[in-house]
Design a binder for this molecule. Structure first.
Ligand code: IMP
Length: 426
């Protein structure tokens, strides 16, 4: 058996949580491989809505294992709140939720450093979710980090104090006030809670499962254009969000990767700062935001909205090795006369169809093609045959340009609003 990967091809918020939940019945293990509580994976079913930050989106299927891999960074406080909320809803996490011993911990001082750094950057800020993601990954690569395994050792307090002291020295360089004591108290209680969880050597666990022919799905967070290496640097997150991140974030060899499901919205959004070539600054953008409820699931911030960007999607497909595409939020694009598709950019006087080194405002100008829109409400539709001809035309058009089959079309946030499609390309 191989590990399949599901990941976002844009700037995050493509609907990964919903689709992972929908396809979980095909798998025995769902594993997060990077990111942390900067993610907000929204799932809706049976009239209820849940937002997951650290816990994999397979958690509502009681017979599945959900692994938080070594590549993930965990804030014990947020994690505890997530678990408490699930338990309150009657979800049994006892045997199904497993934490990697090698996952790094987000300290309260990591969050403070994130906030202090963003404050200092002023108008040049990244637009971080302020969950301490960047500082935690910096300590990981700087070889100073604390891991879940440390929380189980008797040297934990000593290691914590050392790292905290380093952070306090760093915080002293910023013009930033803080009160650490209450944060620390809550965090230490959450660490006690973390110690009651099932902690595993996740790389052995996953590889043993592979040998036992178990089906594993790796769930990405954020999106490919936020990848630390290939995203719109420096306006990116601090982990590898692309498929290669699943290998390092779970301990899975390259030759053990199977399908790579790439998920994208029928249009495009971005939350936080950074370039966004097809952003709409007019009423149309407002309309997409309102119709698509485009507000961050983690921070509540309004998302920036724009048209679909094919050069950026092709780039994401290339670096991820996407084998199947999944398109979400087709319903939000209803009622437009025409839907605009960015097919190329004008760059240094040339028309190009690839993502250049810099996509900052002024360096590239999108070139659009107008595709006839559809007027029907899609949210009650459950089969491809019911979809309007114009939408089927849009899907085929995208497939032809992206050269990868679109196998699922999502027409609403609920589990049931999902249409499987037999692509002629598949
Ligand atoms: P950080 O990962 O919180 O440091 O944020 C870095 C950038 O990534 C900011 O622009 C965030 O808005 C963006 N970002 C981080 N996580 C997500 C996510 O899950 N969805 C969408 N954008 C995200």
């Amino acid at each position: 058996m191989k590990v399949d990967i599901l990941l976002g091809l844009q700037w995050g918020d493509e609907g990964k949580g919903k689709i992972v939940d929908v396809i979980t019945p095909d798998y025995e293990v769902i594993a997060r491989f990077q990111g942390g509580p900067n993610a907000g994976h929204t799932l809706e079913f049976e009239g209820r809505k849940y937002v997951l930050h650290t816990i994999p989106s397979g958690i509502f299927h009681s017979d599945k294992k959900n692994v938080v891999g070594n590549g993930v960074v965990i804030d014990p406080v947020i994690f505890k709140k997530e678990v408490d909320a699930l338990v309150k809803e009657g979800v049994n996490i006892n045997k199904s939720l497993l934490l990697s011993r090698k996952a790094h911990l987000i300290l309260p001082t990591h969050r403070l450093l994130d906030a202090a750094s963003e404050k200092e950057k002023g108008s040049k800020k990244i637009g971080s979710t302020l969950k301490g993601i960047g500082p935690t990954y910096m300590d990981k690569t700087g070889r100073n980090g604390l891991r879940v395994g440390d929380a189980l050792s008797d040297k934990f307090q000593e290691k914590y104090d050392q790292l905290k002291a380093k952070h306090e020295r760093l915080l002293g360089h910023y013009d930033f006030d803080y009160d650490l004591a209450p944060l620390e108290e809550e965090w230490m209680k959450a660490i006690d809670f973390l110690r009651t969880m099932t902690v595993i050597d996740s790389e052995h666990y996953i590889n043993n499962d592979l040998r036992a022919d178990k089906r594993i799905l790796a769930e990405g967070a954020q999106g490919s254009l936020l990848d630390i290496d290939f995203g719109s640097y420096p306006f990116v997150t601090s982990s590898n969000t692309i498929s290669a991140g699943a290998c390092t974030g779970l301990g899975v060899a390259l030759n053990k990767i199977g399908e790579v499901f790439g998920i994208f919205k029928a249009y495009c959004t971005r939350v936080g700062s950074g370039p966004f070539p097809t952003e709409l600054h007019d009423d149309m953008g407002e309309e997409l935001r309102a119709k698509g409820h485009e507000f961050g699931a983690t921070t509540g911030r309004p998302r920036r909205c724009g048209w679909i960007d094919l050069p950026a999607l092709k780039y994401a497909i290339m670096i991820n090795g996407v084998t199947k595409l999944i398109m979400t939020k087709a319903d939000v694009l209803s009622n437009f006369d025409h839907v605009q598709v960015c097919t190329h950019y004008m760059h240094q006087g040339e028309k190009i169809d690839y993502l250049p080194y810099s996509i900052q405002d002024g360096e590239i100008t999108p070139v659009y093609e107008a595709i006839p829109g559809w007027q029907q409400d899609l949210t009650g539709m459950r089969s491809i045959d019911e979809l309007p001809a114009e939408l089927n035309n849009y899907i085929t058009y995208l497939e032809e340009h992206l050269n990868v089959p679109i196998t699922i079309v999502s027409v609403g946030p609920d589990r049931s609003q999902t249409i499987h499609r037999d692509s002629v390309m598949a």
